[in-house]
Design a protein. Structure first.
Ligand code: ATP
Length: 234
């Protein structure tokens, strides 16, 4: 579904990604873990075309997207939930969701029903402004908005950020459920390594722009280096 081969990206003189290779198979949940500043967000943004990879190749659903502009990449069936959620605070929940549908340009009624079934809270709050929702509800809204575009691949940037553990578990359970029921492919970037690796089929560890480890979620959770660096369990 997605493969990166030797991808590098930089901001001016800062080399944020150095020869990253990874793949995400159809129907998989793949997690990328790494410390603050390792380049996780940059990786997701580079897949979406900004910053552009200055070396390497990115293939999505059989097409080379390395040089495509962001809007063209999104039209191919990629949706990103950015770090910090970025819901439109003055728009209602419903308006936020419909913004997601406009990107894809199809009749949104069916998708809206599917999102409300997934997140009943959003149905209850559909007339409420985005900015008045709790952090967890805003994360649901951001995910719901991305799903309105009927993506083949969902990119999630730190959905757990700033949320209470119970809310994080609910959101991760919903992602798993969605993956099981619909086969949605997910690339998840997380600092919360424990939950994220439990959720994932496979994972990668990113350290200062390079992939240093990969394996199944269970394999990575069992590695001493991962436990020391990302789980604090020694
Ligand atoms: P975080 O968890 O804090 O989001 P991250 O792993 O997602 O961290 P990135 O945000 O991708 O890391 O940052 C990777 C590197 O690129 C860091 O050294 C960061 O300072 C740098 N960087 C990120 N965005 C920019 C930018 N817009 N301009 C210049 N440097 C940037």
């Amino acid at each position: 579904m997605l493969s990166l081969d030797g991808v590098s990206a930089r901001y001016g003189a800062v080399e944020a990604l150095r020869g990253v290779s990874l793949h995400v198979g159809r129907g998989e949940i793949v997690t990328l873990i790494g410390a603050n500043g390792a380049g996780k967000s940059t990786l997701l943004m580079t897949i979406c075309g900004a910053p552009r990879a200055h070396a390497g190749r990115i293939v999505f659903d059989g097409r080379d997207i390395t040089a495509l502009p962001t809007h063209a990449i999104m039209r191919l069936g990629l949706a990103q939930v950015p770090e910090g959620r970025r819901v439109f605070p003055r728009m209602t929940v419903l308006e936020n969701l419909l913004m997601g549908a406009e990107v894809a340009g199809h009749d949104p009624a069916e998708d809206l029903e599917a999102v409300f079934a997934l997140f009943p809270r959003l149905r209850e709050r559909q007339g409420q402004r985005g900015g008045t929702l709790s952090g967890g509800e805003q994360q649901m809204l951001a995910i719901g908005r991305a799903l309105m575009a009927r993506p083949k691949l969902l990119l999630l940037d730190e959905p757990s950020l700033g949320l209470a553990p119970l809310v994080v578990r609910q959101i991760f359970a919903t992602i798993r459920d969605l993956n099981l029921r619909t086969g949605l492919t997910v690339l998840l970037v997380e600092q919360n390594a424990n939950l994220a690796l439990r959720l994932a089929h496979r994972g990668y560890v990113l350290v200062t722009g390079r992939i240093t480890m990969q394996g199944t979620g269970a394999e990575l959770l069992a590695r001493q280096e991962v436990r020391d660096a990302y789980l604090g369990t020694g």
